[in-house]
Ligand binder design. Structure first.
Ligand SMILES: *[C@@H]1O[C@H](CO)[C@@H](O)[C@H](O)[C@H]1NC(C)=O
Ligand SMILES: *[C@@H]1O[C@H](CO)[C@@H](O)[C@H](O)[C@H]1NC(C)=O
Length: 288
């Protein structure tokens, strides 16, 4: 099975959630304790202190936010981290697609993504580069790339044209090359993807993830502002005893493929830490 497109059902489900629970399910709650730092408007931003952030979330349904209570996925949690870092910063999300319901219309573009439900890397390359190029023309300075979950499906469930997980990093490199050609100065954060407990996925994920850091380092050596973030710990505590047995764990939904809010919260934390690292590397310096 491939990550499915929920389409109108998702919109309906989200509306039902909103109607019954209002916006109270995920109010902007302090993350400072988790972040281990003070909540104050006074201190300078740790992440990109001088340059406003314009972020393009890119990938599959996990980027769209499928499985989260408000369909915002990691985006709202990441926004919260960035506002706790320093509240007077400017953060904007950009993308040609829409998903999620914003609890606060002043958050610019929270519902915008380049997340394509069901896409493996090759489909992203073949069918989504035009809209991605359009979004890159809006000059985002950060891309968060989490793609590959549909590439690591076990064979009976993977369309036969999807390359083996072991070859997928070559496809990922091709995708990254195209992105960097379109946006050579973007800060590109590439995820080693989260771990699905499902049969086949679980074993294939490390095969897909392993070569990513070296490939990213090769791009970095060429002067690109790129880095890896290792998200593979998200989902690892989940267990699926046999095919189609229930999955009940902190990070993942019952389908074993999409995070629930806790998993998305952890993803957001990883993205935030990667943005801290990118700042330390000087990636956000205007002269870089
Ligand atoms: C993607 O494009 C390549 C090159 O044109 C083609 O060989 C491949 O079959 C396409 N794959 C999909 C999934 O469309
Ligand atoms: C990524 O994280 C996993 C789980 O925490 C760890 O086992 C693995 O060694 C890490 N990989 C790299 C390249 O850091």
């Amino acid at each position: 099975m491939i990550l499915r497109r929920y389409g109108p059902y998702a919109v309906f489900a989200v509306l039902v959630v909103v109607l019954f629970y209002g916006y109270t399910t995920r109010e902007l709650q302090p993350l400072a304790a988790e972040a281990g730092q003070q909540t104050t408007n006074a201190h300078a931003c740790v992440v990109s202190p001088r340059t406003p952030l314009k972020i393009v979330p890119t990938g599959d349904s996990i980027t769209e936010g499928e499985g989260s209570s408000d369909y915002n996925g990691y985006r709202l949690f990441l926004y919260q981290h960035l506002m706790e870092d320093c509240a007077d910063r400017s953060v904007e999300f950009v993308g040609t697609r829409r998903s999620g319901l914003s609890p606060d219309p002043s958050i610019k573009g929270l519902e915008e993504t380049e997340g394509y439900s069901g896409w493996d890397i090759e489909r992203l390359l073949n069918f989504s580069m035009d809209p991605i190029a359009q979004t890159l023309q809006r000059e985002p300075n950060v891309m968060l790339l989490h793609i590959g979950t549909n590439n690591v499906a076990p064979l009976p469930l993977r369309p036969p044209d999807i390359v083996e997980p072991a070859q997928s990093p070559e496809k990922l490199e091709q995708l990254i090359d195209e992105i960097l050609q379109l946006a050579p100065s973007i800060v590109l954060i590439v995820a080693q993807i989260i771990t699905s407990p499902n049969f086949g996925w679980k074993d294939n994920t490390p095969i897909f993830n392993a070569p990513i850091p070296d490939m990213v380092d090769r791009k970095k050596a060429k002067g690109y502002k790129i880095l890896t973030v290792n998200m593979s710990s998200v989902g690892t505590e989940c267990v699926r005893d046999f095919d189609n047995s229930p999955v009940d764990c902190e990070d993942m939904n019952g389908d074993g493929l999409h995070p629930k809010d806790e998993g998305y919260r952890k993803m957001a934390r990883f993205w935030y830490e990667a943005l801290v690292e990118a700042t330390k590397k000087g990636y956000f310096e205007p002269s870089h």
